[in-house]
Design a binder for this molecule. Structure first.
Ligand SMILES: Nc1nc2c(ncn2[C@@H]2O[C@H](COP(=O)(O)OP(=O)(O)OP(=O)(O)O)[C@@H](O)[C@H]2O)c(=O)[nH]1
Ligand SMILES: [Mg+2]
Length: 324
């Protein structure tokens, strides 16, 4: 249940200047290099200067599947294209590229991508996901963006499970100059969340970011622990957590879709932070996730530094997928 959540209106939304914004666009292009090889370069090589045909549409469908778009979405998009082709509205290969871009943008556009914010502070963001997905790094990225935007942030190191997890977040807290609440290794993470919520209220911070231990979506007891953390936060702060962000590793392919479905069932995920979109990620996974469940991708990670984060923008994203 999400209560009292309304869109967060950033004074300077996730970027300070033209320069930063341009750098972000470049980052996403670099990040989607692999995807662009399949999408942009791939589609151009099969479609450029060609007349569209039924065979080419079959090939487009296969290419969409190989870019992780998902079998269902690929089939639907191909069927729509076939209809347009048969009616004579999409005769050339180039037209098919424009059609694909438009369809992908439309599929990704639905749902609010704003980060929810509480009516009164603090806003609480709970960050969840499987081991190594990129949770802690993503917490650092969000913390930096918020701090750069003039907001006060408190970190909660609620991963008391993995050795070194607290130290990792502590390093970020020092580097970024934001406060941290922690418990001892092996402590109850819900107790850390409890203390952190108290501290966030007492210190009057704008946003409390709660990092959690990695867990497999198949580990029932650990999934229940998440529910406990969520309930503790909800008890202390009305409407908390206002945002439950699931961090997914974009390089994990269709497995990310399974994780998203399971986490959504267990803890009411309100948004996805898609990490590791750089490297060998196949960007089509965004379409498959959108297809499988009604949870928007809100933020994307495109590198390992705290600046490598940006809001997910379907138009820019699809253009980057097709970039040369
Ligand atoms: N290239 C790239 N690497 C990333 C990104 N986000 C995180 N990483 C890297 O992924 C690795 C795991 O990141 P963590 O933030 O520790 O992941 P985690 O989910 O907190 O891991 P656990 O706490 O062990 O479950 C680290 O080496 C990060 O630098 C990203 O957007 N791009
Ligand atoms: Mg971690």
């Amino acid at each position: 249940m999400r209560l009292q959540a309304k869109p967060l209106k950033m004074r300077k939304p996730w970027g300070k200047a033209e320069m930063f914004f341009r750098a972000a666009v470049d980052a996403i292009k670099r990040g989607l290099q692999k995807t662009a090889e399949v999408f942009g370069a791939g589609f151009r090589s099969i479609l450029h200067g060609r007349t569209l045909s039924e065979e080419l549409i079959d090939e487009i469908e296969r290419t969409l599947v190989s870019a992780d778009v998902g079998v269902r979405a690929a089939r639907e998009i191909a069927a729509e294209l076939r209809t347009e082709f048969r009616s004579g509205r999409v005769p050339r290969g180039e037209d098919a590229i424009e059609f694909l871009k438009a369809r992908l943008k439309a599929r990704l556009a639905s749902g609010s991508r704003e980060i929810a914010v509480a009516d009164s502070k603090p806003t609480v963001v709970l960050v969840v996901g499987i081991n190594g997905a990129g949770k802690t790094t993503s917490v650092a990225k969000i913390a930096k963006s918020l701090k750069d935007d003039g907001r006060t942030v408190l970190l909660a190191a609620a991963d008391t499970f993995r050795a070194g997890a607290v130290a990792q977040l502590e390093t970020w807290s020092r580097r970024l100059g934001v406060d941290l609440v922690k418990g001892a290794q092996g402590a109850d993470p819900a107790a850390v969340a409890f203390d952190a919520a108290d501290a966030a209220i007492a210190r009057g911070v704008d946003v409390l970011l709660v990092d959690t231990a990695g867990r497999l979506h198949t580990q029932d007891n650990l999934m229940r622990q998440l529910t406990k953390i969520r309930n503790v936060l909800a008890k202390k702060i009305p409407g908390a957590p206002h945002e439950i962000l699931l961090v997914l590793d974009a390089t994990s392919g269709q497995n990310a879709v399974l994780q998203a479905t399971a986490f959504k069932a267990a803890c009411d995920v309100s948004g996805i932070f898609l990490a590791k979109l750089d490297g060998t990620a196949k960007g089509g996974i965004v379409v498959a996730i959108r297809d499988a469940l009604d949870v928007p991708v809100k933020l994307v990670g495109v590198g390992e530094t705290p600046d490598d984060v940006q809001p997910f923008d379907p138009d820019r994203f699809v253009e980057a997928m097709f970039a040369a």
